[in-house]
Design a protein around this ligand. Structure first.
Ligand code: SAH
Length: 361
């Protein structure tokens, strides 16, 4: 990967250990400096604060290198369950959101992958203003470093379910996966990382080839092309059959279970007939008499977004939907909603902040 330069300075946080080594060697430093620096970078300690590198190197780095770590612009903490939502400011004034969720087994962070999104899903707040730009590997990683520093607690899991479509920022996301799993860095186990996609089929196939043992989440949200295309324009490029056949190939290659996200929208995709169709299409596309691919569907009552006009399905329809899936041998869980008092679902805080900025200008 070519080095990323911001205002004429190399982004060192986007480099892996080997790349950092080459950089140090070019500066006339011993290669072991890279190891010292790498570990500290990933804990949020930058040359200014490092005690084990020479003063001259600190000065050189200040001149030729940068560390575009996000800054906390806003922080909301849920009084109900301790969920922390951050509005993170980026080096160019853009903002994204990250959410730290506290579970009994540890902390998981939901990170953003792009500023905005161009996928156009009709129920989603993140896509309303389109895509502004991709996040750099350093900015993907930086959300975790900043949240760890701010909470003072280790983050052991990552879900890429924030603002943006991770597979539409493929190269940077792959670089991020390399960095986040480095044992000298954050060292987060791939089994504790999930990547969620609206279904960019060629990229799913490419990801399978790279064989990271992460969990893939597919935002399916509908059982057939007609229903899906109405709410997800991406379905016009890659239909349900094509998507599920990529999922099958992904599982065959990685042996990692795939989970399906299904956002329930009243009157759009939440009828018992929809559930029946969903069970049928999943079973026939992914299972055969000899194969038993585990299938898990995560049901999420839609989070109403003012601009979309969609309403959430009632509790009874959600339960009914889940029951139909279970009857057909498909595990279904209803997503527990964390941070409901701080509007923890992604996309809305960034939009509010952009509106405030516009009103103040
Ligand atoms: N672009 C990726 C990841 C970001 S969205 C993807 O599409 O998977 C993360 C999840 O939240 C997706 O399943 C998305 O469909 C869902 N989502 C978006 N807006 C929502 C809303 N208003 N209510 C419920 N779920 C929503």
């Amino acid at each position: 990967m070519t080095r990323i330069s911001l205002n004429g300075k190399t982004d060192l946080l986007s480099l892996n250990r080997d790349e950092l080594k080459s950089f140090m060697v070019e500066l006339g430093e011993p290669a072991y400096r890279a190891e010292q620096i790498f570990t500290q970078f990933h804990r949020g300690i930058f040359p200014d604060e490092m005690t084990n590198i020479p003063k001259k190197l600190k000065e050189t780095l200040l001149q030729c290198a940068c560390y575009p770590l996000p800054t906390v612009e806003k922080k909301l903490t849920s009084a109900l369950d301790g969920t922390v939502k951050y509005l993170m400011g980026l080096y160019d004034g853009n903002c994204v959101e990250s959410v730290v969720m506290k579970y009994n087994h540890g902390n998981t962070i939901c990170i953003s992958s792009q500023v905005g999104c161009r996928m156009g899903c009709r129920f989603c707040a993140s896509t309303i203003g389109g895509r502004v730009r991709d996040l750099l590997p350093s900015e993907l990683l930086g959300q975790i470093i900043v949240a760890e520093r701010d909470t003072g607690e280790r983050i052991g899991g990552v879900v890429m379910m924030g603002i943006g479509e991770p597979l539409d920022n493929f190269d940077n996301v792959i670089k991020f996966l390399e960095l986040v799993g480095d044992e000298k860095g954050l060292n987060i186990g791939y089994r504790h990382i999930s990547l969620s996609t609206c279904g960019l089929v060629p990229r799913i196939r490419e990801l399978a080839e790279l064989n990271f043992p992460i969990t893939l989440s597919i935002s399916l949200h509908a059982p057939d092309d007609e229903t899906r295309s109405k709410i997800m324009p991406v379905n016009n490029s890659y239909g349900v059959d094509e998507l599920l056949s990529a999922c099958k190939a992904y599982f065959a290659k990685t042996n990692r279970r795939i989970s399906f996200e299904y956002t329930l929208i009243a009157g759009e995709n939440d009828s018992p007939e929809n559930a029946q169709k969903l069970a049928k299409v999943l079973n026939s596309a992914l299972r055969s008499r000899t194969e038993t691919m585990p299938i898990h569907v995560n049901l999420i009552p839609v989070n109403p977004v003012k601009e979309t006009g969609f309403e959430s399905s009632g509790k009874a329809s959600v339960q009914k939907f889940a029951a139909v899936l279970e009857k057909h041998g498909i595990r279904a869980t209803v997503r527990r909603k964390l941070g409901s008092d701080i509007n923890a679902s992604c996309g809305q805080l960034r939009r509010e902040s952009a509106k405030e900025k516009n009103e103040n200008n």
